[in-house]
Design a protein around this ligand. Structure first.
Ligand code: SAM
Length: 221
């Protein structure tokens, strides 16, 4: 369905409100992250029936029992990656492709891995239609990383893991950042890690609740 100019304006206004009240108001300061969230049309990454809720302060279902993350959580995770524009970023859990678009706005190249082909294909179509040309897509278990194109300057995992998968730490460059929710299947904390001298130094950002990472270094099906 094509959107009329009036509809596009309404979504732009909703996006501005989202950034002011949910993102800036809660302390996100990185101007590039705020700009990207003002620009990316989040409503195009959810089913037509949910478009009017796309800028709400909550996650939404995207099929296969998965979700598009709450806008604020996308902002927190993205800011923690400290992207300047020249990075190669690995994203584990493409989902709707919304976070992928935000990363594609802020980094040089995004490598994204998704477990469900239905979600990957849908996200790919939307991202290509929007004109993104700096994204590589892969179907598979992202808990193993993407060895052929590693190492990465930054890694973001958008599903809950019982531990930080060791292959992801290996595939991070010296000085690289990883952001990942770690915990059990019901609740987790967002962990930010920085690799120094071959070792990962971590800090806890905030409590979160994500769907589970299912895979070799994730949870069982
Ligand atoms: N960032 C996404 C967005 O903006 O829509 C939200 C992702 S959703 C919370 C988590 C995604 O991780 C789901 O699409 C799920 O299928 C995917 N996933 C779970 N385990 C995975 C794995 N081992 N490898 C790749 N993707 C995985």
């Amino acid at each position: 369905m094509k959107l009329s100019e009036t509809e596009k304006d309404l979504y732009r206004i909703a996006r501005e409100k989202m950034v002011e009240t949910q993102i800036k108001a809660r302390g996100i300061k990185d101007e590039r992250v705020l700009e990207a969230m003002l620009k990316v049309p989040r409503h195009l990454f959810v089913d037509e029936a949910l478009r009017d809720q796309a800028y709400g302060d909550f996650p939404l279902p995207i099929g296969e029992g998965q979700t598009i993350s709450q806008p604020y959580i996308v902002a927190v995770m993205t800011e923690a990656l400290e992207l300047k524009g020249n990075e190669r970023v690995l994203e584990v859990g493409t989902g709707s492709g919304y976070q992928t678009a935000i990363l594609a706005e802020l980094a040089f190249w995004v490598y994204t891995i998704e477990k469900y082909s239905t979600l990957l294909e849908k996200a790919k179509k939307i991202l290509l239609n929007l004109g993104y040309k700096n994204i590589s897509f892969k179907l598979g278990d992202g808990s193993l990383g993407w060895k052929e194109v590693a190492p990465f300057d930054a890694i973001i995992v958008t599903a809950a893991a019982p531990q930080i998968p060791p292959p992801l730490i290996e595939q991070l460059i010296e000085g690289g950042r990883i952001v990942i929710p770690v915990g059990d299947v019901y609740s987790q904390v967002l962990i930010k890690g920085i690799k120094k001298g071959g070792k990962l130094y971590t800090e806890t950002l905030e409590p979160v609740r994500f769907v589970k990472l299912v895979g070799a270094y994730g949870f069982k099906e």
